[in-house]
Each structure stands twice: as structure tokens, then as C-alpha cells.
Design a protein around this ligand. Structure first.
Ligand code: HEC
Length: 153
């Protein structure tokens, strides 16, 4: 019976968009919508380890090799703790789809599944909110989880 009850349709409960003035709350909202935690957390059998949220190290097999997601907790050494808000915004803007349009990847070119060109189109307020939310997290040292270069030069 318990199982049957779970099968009944439920009313959807879409999350309410917080006002942009609530910087951290708005950041949480965007980060959830963009699925950042899914990629930036180690996973086993497709399930992320929530205790290690945002500490990076999920591995993705690409044609050129294995790619590790980065630690995006505010640890100064191994995460983004030393990044200023400006650095953060610039890092995303660098992949502006208008500017960054490699039709064919050459050896050594950036190859990533990080949705850079998509997120480059976010507003500065969106990126600032993400930055503030990530900086409100507990810093976790996780040095082993660094980006592994894909293509040997
Ligand atoms: C589809 C998987 C995926 C999603 C979704 C994703 N990322 Fe990433 N991200 C990666 C991978 C893999 C890397 C490492 C490779 C690279 O830098 O391109 C990375 C790198 C980064 C870096 C660079 C860190 C450094 O030390 O250079 C930042 C910052 C970042 N992601 C933030 C975010 C945020 C914020 C979101 C959500 C808006 C997000 N990512 C969503 C996979 C993802």
C-alpha cells in the first residue's frame, strides 16, 4: 500500500525564485537550476556523495582522456577561496559564445564538458550570486582533485 500511495500524482511544487537582492538565496537558486553540484561532486554508480558536495573530482571520460571536475568550495589552496568576484566573472566571460567558437579542437585546446559557453551568457548579477553562494560554503581541502590535462602537447 505504501508503494501504491507513492505512485499517486502529486501537485508540483516549483521552487520560488528569490529576489536578486537576496544574493546568496538567489545564488542557491541558480546553482540548483544549473546542476553545478551534479558535476562538481564525486559520484559512485551515478549517485553523488552529498557529504562531498562541490569538492570536485567527478571524472568524465572524453575522447582525449579523463577530465576531473574542479573543487569549487572556498578552500584557498585547492578550491576557489582566493578567487575574487571579478576573477570568477572573468573566468566565465572568457567563454563568451560570441568570442569562443572553436569549430574544430586542435591539440591543446580547451576541451571540457563544463558548460562554459552556456554559462558565459549569464548576467554579472547571476555570476556574482553564484560566487557569493559558493563562498558561503564550508571550505574543503581536496588537492587530489585537480583538472587532468587531456592532450599532451
Ligand atoms: C556537465 C558538468 C558540469 C556542470 C553542470 C558544471 N560544471 Fe563546472 N566544471 C566541470 C568540469 C569538468 C570542470 C573542470 C574542467 C574545466 O575547467 O573546464 C569545471 C570547472 C569549473 C570551474 C573552474 C575551476 C578552476 O579551478 O579552474 C568553475 C569555477 C566551475 N566549474 C563552476 C561551475 C558552476 C558555478 C556551475 C553551475 C553554474 C558548474 N561549474 C557546472 C563540470 C561541470
Amino acid at each position: 500500500m505504501n508503494i501504491v500511495l507513492h505512485l499517486f500524482p502529486r501537485k508540483s511544487s516549483p521552487s520560488v525564485k528569490p529576489p536578486e537582492s537576496d544574493t546568496v538565496g538567489y545564488g542557491v537558486y541558480i546553482v540548483r537550476a544549473a546542476g553545478c553540484v551534479e558535476c562538481h561532486t564525486p559520484a559512485r554508480h551515478g549517485q553523488i556523495d552529498k557529504a562531498l558536495s562541490f569538492t570536485g573530482g567527478r571524472e568524465f571520460g572524453l575522447t582525449g582522456g579523463m577530465l576531473c571536475s574542479a573543487n569549487i568550495t572556498p578552500d584557498p589552496e585547492t578550491g576557489i577561496g582566493n578567487w575574487t568576484q571579478e576573477m570568477f566573472v572573468v573566468r566565465f566571460r572568457g567563454y563568451d559564445p560570441v568570442v569562443f567558437t572553436p569549430a574544430v579542437l586542435k591539440s591543446g585546446d580547451q576541451q571540457s564538458i563544463m558548460p562554459w559557453t552556456m554559462s558565459a551568457g549569464m548576467t554579472t548579477a547571476d555570476l556574482a550570486a553564484i560566487y557569493h553562494y559558493l563562498h558561503s560554503l564550508k571550505p574543503v581541502k581536496n588537492k587530489a582533485l585537480k583538472i587532468r590535462p587531456l592532450v599532451a602537447k
